[in-house]
Design a protein around this ligand. Structure first.
Ligand code: F1P
Length: 345
């Protein structure tokens, strides 16, 4: 547990997490990283896959802990397994952790709750220090987990020289701008309230994103399901033509994450396909956007940020939307039915 003091410091260019520094060689020589988690933490893990592969060039696999624990996964002595859990008590994640350790893997934990079962059982790790999550549905834990994953990818990338100094410094600077941009993104609440008034009776929603924003689409759909009890599905936008497009008609609102630095032209193509089938588009765009603005039924404007850090911002309007819809429908946003804060069975 000694190494499990996630110290996330960004004074100028120094980024430091204890559990990494003291296990530097393991990270430098890693051939593969497997990330296991459940629910929202699993979505953060998928974002981790994009981040780690991009910045460290280490192959990353992401698995549901609830599947991983019951099979015979191929993880061995030189492998790194990262477990992510807000509560640190999720039974499936804890069981996956123990299996990975039994197989000899080095297990790194990302947890919010200090001294939790997962935190006590890992070889090293970082706390997210997101403060208590009072509500059952994870929100700030998600962005905190992504922040740790960004730092992890930056540090390992620097050790392995897979990112150069310029890129490292640029991303550190961008990270420093995140708090201000989060404040800005929270100001979209008034727009989101108005959009929620239009769609609170919808029975289904589709959420689309590409690249690192595909897991954000999954997370947006999960938040809506968890607290509003509305059926929602998240998809990579490019997969839409392989099935979900059959669902699109005038009764299908579709959230599209259409950030400028992402796959902008491709996303515009996806939006046109939906519009041609009379689907309603709610687009998350960057300030100054023109093209999507003209096509979408509603736009939610967020500040510009590097695509690789954008999930920290793009998820906020989706969390706010789930909240507003649940509120309008008279649901208890903090204690949704059938859900527990930590699933310990
Ligand atoms: C995993 C999780 C949460 C979800 C709900 C049930 O929890 O699926 O993502 O919002 O609270 O548990 P954890 O392992 O991250 O604590």
């Amino acid at each position: 547990l000694d190494t499990l003091r996630g110290r996330l410091l960004i004074p100028e260019k120094i980024i430091y997490i204890d559990g990494i520094e003291s296990n530097k060689d393991i990270f430098i020589n890693a051939k593969c990283i497997t990330i296991v988690a459940c629910g929202t933490s699993w979505h953060a893990s998928l974002i981790g896959e994009y981040l780690l592969e991009e910045l460290t060039r280490i192959r990353v696999e992401v698995e549901y802990a609830s599947e991983f624990r019951y099979r015979n996964p191929i993880v061995g002595k030189k492998d790194i397994v990262i477990v992510i859990s807000q509560s640190g008590e999720t039974a499936d994640t804890l069981a996956a952790l123990k299996l990975a350790k039994k197989k000899g893997a080095f297990v790194f934990g990302i947890c919010n709750v200090v001294g939790s079962s997962i935190a006590r059982n890992v070889d090293a790790g970082a706390y997210t220090h997101a403060g208590p999550e009072i509500s059952v549905a994870s929100t700030k834990a998600f962005t905190a987990q992504i922040t740790v994953l960004v730092l992890l990818a930056l540090i390992i990338g620097k050790y392995r020289s897979t990112i150069n100094d310029r890129c490292y410094e640029f991303l550190c600077k961008e990270l420093g701008s995140i708090p201000g941009k989060v404040d800005y993104a929270l100001k979209t609440d008034d727009t989101i309230k108005k959009i929620s008034q239009v769609y609170h009776n919808a029975n289904h929603f589709l959420y689309l994103g590409r690249g690192i924003n595909f897991p954000v689409a999954l997370e947006g759909a999960l938040k809506l399901k968890e607290i509003s009890y509305i059926h929602a599905e998240g998809y990579p936008a490019a997969e839409m033509k392989h099935g979900p497009i059959a669902l699109v008609d005038e009764n299908m609102p579709v959230f599209v994450i259409a950030t400028k630095k992402g796959y902008y032209n491709k996303i515009i193509g996806n939006i046109q396909e939906i519009k041609a089938r009379k689907g309603k588009i709610i687009a998350i765009v960057n300030e100054g956007d023109i093209q999507v603005n003209m096509l979408a039924d509603h736009v939610i404007k967020i500040p510009n940020i590097s695509e690789i850090l954008s999930p920290l911002i793009t998820v906020i309007p989706l969390q706010l939307f789930a909240y507003q819809i649940a509120y309008i429908r008279g649901k208890n946003v903090d204690q949704p039915r059938n859900l527990a804060k930590s699933v310990t069975v």
